[in-house]
Design a protein around this ligand. Structure first.
Ligand SMILES: Nc1ncnc2c1ncn2[C@@H]1O[C@H](COP(=O)(O)OP(=O)(O)O)[C@@H](O)[C@H]1O
Ligand SMILES: [Mg+2]
Length: 239
């Protein structure tokens, strides 16, 4: 692949605090970042420097104030500028191209853990019964691997512990392989055994050709999977 999968150029993010007399907060400025398949870029830097904001700009949860974020899945396809993408393009991007493991699971009321995890594969299966069964089988395998007790599989995760919810979140957002994986402190509430499993899962995704950009609460975890480190504080021009 000649072109990078992701190319950020001169990206800035400014928040305007409307309930505080319109104070403007310059969180990121002049961010340049390129990521290629097979890379695991770990974002380092103190809390509050804009690491999570950077991931949210790529996933288009936030809109950049300046700059471009080009995403190109294949050399022979035109790049998509995520900062200018239409809602329709963003839906497709999130469905097929970018996975985002947020810090917390957004629970869906009344949907059981197994179906929450199976959903991204089930969505692709449509009405194909064999495909739907395969989606649920895969979800069972992920829940097993992440040590979610079977008695919880058919319950909605609203009442699960923080660590259980985070593992559901990881399974749901990693079950479908996508070219770019965004990880915001995926192991922060996990015990050592599950942390090790999540590291293995990330390594497997990268070995299969995905790229990852991750934030890790534990520097040792980050160092163990990084192919490259990027210090987010250095992006600030007004620090
Ligand atoms: N939606 C928002 N509105 C206003 N300020 C925000 C918003 N999101 C993040 N910020 C601010 O941006 C800064 C960076 O936050 P964040 O990206 O979460 O940092 P990090 O992940 O590096 O700890 C913080 O000062 C935070 O308060
Ligand atoms: Mg953060």
């Amino acid at each position: 692949m000649t072109f990078p999968l992701l190319q950020m150029r001169g990206v800035a993010k400014q928040f305007t605090l409307h309930n505080q007399h319109g104070i403007e907060l310059n969180v990121l400025d002049k961010v340049d970042l390129e990521v290629r398949p097979g890379e695991c870029v770990v974002l380092d830097g103190p809390s509050g420097m804009g690491k999570s904001t950077l991931l949210k700009l790529i996933y288009a949860n936030y809109r950049a104030t300046a700059g471009s974020i080009q995403f190109r899945q294949h050399d022979d396809q035109p790049a998509l500028d995520i900062t200018r993408a239409t809602p329709r393009e963003l839906v497709a991007l999130r469905r097929h191209s970018i996975s985002y493991v947020s810090q917390f699971l957004r629970v869906i009321p009344r949907i059981c853990a197994l179906d929450i995890v199976a959903e991204p594969l089930a969505e692709d299966a449509g009405n194909d019964m064999a495909g739907l069964k395969a989606a649920r089988d895969q979800a069972s395998a992920w829940l097993t691997r992440l040590r979610i007790p079977q008695r919880l599989w058919h319950l909605p995760p609203a009442t699960f512990s923080g660590g259980e919810q985070q593992r559901i979140n990881i399974a749901r957002n990693m079950i479908k392989p996508r070219p770019l994986l965004l990880l915001d402190e995926p192991t922060a509430s996990l015990d050592p055994a599950n942390t090790e499993t999540v590291i293995e899962l990330i390594r497997e995704a990268i070995a299969q050709g995905s790229a990852a950009i991750g934030i890790f609460h534990d520097a040792q975890v980050g160092a163990s999977i990084a192919t490259r480190h990027v210090l987010v504080g250095t992006f600030r021009s007004n620090a």
